[in-house]
Write a protein that binds this ligand. Structure first.
Ligand code: GDP
Ligand code: IMO
Ligand code: MG
Length: 427
């Protein structure tokens, strides 16, 4: 039975939540492997809208949901989300949280804001959820892990050890130092709400694979926000790319069968950093409005631009994509001609690959190919051959430029507004 990793192929918000929900119908277990509540995924089913930040999108289909060791978990944010999902009628009893996932503490949020303010060379435009600082503590080996929440003695010892470093920083930032006992009590108050979910999730997932279950890994953020492979330093602090699925869940690479990338039919980016195909004109404004491009987590307007085949080819390479799922094709309706970046020009040379340094990337000028648009409303189309010929041509060109098959096309936010071209599990 196959295991499938779903990753964002761009800068996040590609519609991973919608695609994961759709694919979850055929899955048994769905795993989040990195990121925190910097993620915001909206899934629409009928007249219901679900907003997910930490819980995998498999929850809507009632599947087993795992929050893996690679996730940074804010316990208060988790409880709020669980309450919200339960109020919407979902069964939240089968959410399993790794005992080795790191915990986002209240001071991480303060540090996120303080570090953004002081950043030389411009802000990253983080979501200010404390996710980056929690990963900093993890890498500095002073983090608090979910399992510590239910071990009062070690919780206090680890908090005290952490605060030696954190308080030195907070004081420098002009923020009141944190106190071990105060923090420990706050955590002890929330811990009973987390405790029933705590689990050895690596064993749970590997056992599920052994038992022949279909396991989906749901990436958060996107390839170009990966801390190693993204547009550093304008990135998140974890590994949204496919390799992150192994590290962030405790499943070996030999057990992953397939990796699918999710991409919009155009490009967006929220936060700062280079974005070669960004449109600062009326077309960009139109994509923002037609695509309702406002962040699920922060409400910020997303920067919009043309589809970038250079960026997508990079995502194919870094993730070893088996294919791509294209979302929001409907947003392009009425815009003509459409453009796809096929290469970049930099200092008089044509580049087929993205440069790794943001200074060069920021100077890249996209080379575009034009394709005629269409005017028909496509949100009711359920079969690719019923799409207007120009929409079919757009997908054909996209597939040829990116070099892997289009597996799924989405033409609306609602679950049913989806066309599967091939089964991701049995391709
Ligand atoms: P994620 O973070 O990758 O899960 O993506 P988000 O949920 O943050 O952003 C995608 C947005 O587009 C959400 O509001 C979805 O409801 C919406 N969406 C997803 N697919 C489609 C589509 O095919 N058409 C339209 N119009 N909206 C879509
Ligand atoms: P989903 O899962 C889009 C961006 C932020 C900022 C950078 C670092 O919904 O696709 P962070 O708070 O992670 O330290 O911010 O990363 N970012 C996202 N952009 N979608 C997301 O998640 C994002 N999560 C973080 O805007 O530029
Ligand atoms: Mg999102």
């Amino acid at each position: 039975m196959p295991t499938v990793v779903v990753v964002g192929a761009q800068w996040g918000d590609e519609g991973k939540g919608k695609v994961t929900d759709y694919l979850s119908a055929e899955a048994d277990t769905v795993v989040r492997y990195q990121g925190g509540h910097n993620t915001g995924a909206t899934v629409v089913v009928g007249d219901r809208e679900y907003r997910l930040h930490l819980v995998p999108a498999g929850i809507i289909h009632g599947k087993k949901c795992v929050v893996g060791n690679g996730v940074a978990l804010d316990p208060w944010a988790f409880v709020e989300e669980r309450t919200q999902l339960a109020a919407q009628g979902l069964n939240v009893d089968r959410i399993y949280i790794s005992d080795t996932a790191h915990v986002i503490l209240p001071f991480h949020r303060l540090m996120d804001a303080a570090e953004e303010e002081r950043r030389v060379g411009g802000k990253i435009g983080t979501t200010l959820r404390g996710v980056g600082p929690a990963y900093q503590d993890k890498a500095a080996r002073i983090g608090i892990r979910v399992g510590d929440l239910v071990r009062p003695a070690s919780l206090r010892a680890r908090l005290a050890a952490n605060l030696v470093h954190t308080n030195a920083l907070l004081t420098t930032y002009g923020i009141a130092p944190a106190e071990t006992e105060v923090l420990a009590r706050e955590l002890e108050q929330i811990a009973p709400q987390i405790a029933p979910h705590i689990s050895d999730t690596a064993t749970l997932i590997n056992d599920a694979i052994d038992a022949g279950e279909r396991v989906l890994f749901e990436g958060a953020q996107g390839t170009l926000l990966d801390i190693d492979h993204g547009t550093y330093p304008f990135v998140t602090s974890s590994h949204p790319t496919a390799g992150g699925a192994c590290i962030g869940s405790g499943v070996g690479p030999s057990r992953i069968d397939r990796v699918v990338g999710v991409s919009k039919a155009y490009s967006t980016r929220v936060g700062d950093g280079p974005f070669p195909t960004e449109l600062g004109d009326a077309t960009g404004e139109r994509l923002l409005r037609q695509g309702r491009e406002f962040g699920t987590t922060t409400g910020r307007p997303r920067r919009c631009g043309w589809l970038d085949a250079v960026a997508l080819r990079y995502a194919v390479q870094i993730n070893g994509l088996s294919g791509v799922c294209i979302t929001k094709l409907d947003t392009l309706t009425g815009i003509s001609p459409l453009r796809i970046a096929t290469a970049y020009q930099l200092d008089g040379s044509d580049l087929l690959r993205m440069p790794h340094d943001v200074e060069s990337l920021a100077r890249c000028v996209p080379i575009y190919e034009e394709i005629e648009g269409w005017d028909e409303d496509i949100s009711g189309v359920r079969s690719p051959q019923d799409l207007p010929p120009n929409a079919q041509e757009y997908l054909r060109r996209l597939q040829a430029l990116v070099g892997v098959p289009v597996l799924l096309v989405s033409v609306g936010a609602e679950r049913a507004e989806t066309m599967a071209l091939r089964s991701v599990f049995s391709m």
